[in-house]
Ligand binder design. Sequence first.
Ligand code: KIV
Length: 286
Amino acid sequence: MSIQKIAKRVTAPDIAGRKGGEPIVSLTAYHAHTARILDPHVDFLLVGDSLGMVMHGLESTVPVPLDMMIMHGAAVVRGSARSLVVVDMPFGSYEESPNLAFRNAARVMKETGCGAVKLEGGKRMGETINYMTERGIPVMAHIGLTPQSVHVMGGFKTQGRKRDEWTAIEEDAKAIAEAGAFSVVLEGMAELLAARITKSCPIPTIGIGASAECDGQILVLEDMLGLSPRVPKFVKEFAKIGDAIESAVQSYAKDVRARKFPAPEHTYAMKGKAGAVTKKTKMTGS
Ligand code: KIV
């Protein structure tokens, strides 16, 4: 009889139950190695469509295809064992109708093994969120600065810095909570508005550039590691990995050019006596 190891993963309802409690910790992850490192330390891993910009050098998240999300989503699920994995629905894969959204989200869940999906939009996505959750798909919403709408917004613009913008955004938060979303990302939002939404909204708010008033926080991993060439004001660089990579690569290039790498400890010898490499065999290879 085989014994299956069942690792208990954080679920969407677990995250929903954290409203007002200890802050929820989250980061983006796009591949298995980083997922494995982050997994013990976060509550959920987001396979964000920001991967189009961060991993693939795109100008925005708009061109990201569904297959790209599925490929990275599956890698993150394979690399992790306990965090909830949330996969972003990319632009064009859900806005048209609840039906299309369900079909594509079901594909994401079946082919990646993730525990939830995220989509952008407030009030206008209410019907779709309700349709999806009623049919078994946990949905995280995303309001405020929604990068997939960059062309409509005219850039990546902080939301709610003027009082007259507040009502629409507060109505978005109310609508998606009523529709059944289990949590909501508040991106690029004035602190006072994020605080009001967090107070009034029954589901956890996850902030990115939306102040410490939210129920949890998320950052793009490469930004907080110091790997991104430019970062927005709201990012704290917790490390300088870009500099560390550059200095490691410089040392590698230097050692290769000086024939110092690979050294004997990185080299396979023949087994037995024939394994001794003399100056002659080194020169002639025979
Ligand atoms: O795509 C992403 O990384 C995101 C986060 C910024 C929340 O949606």
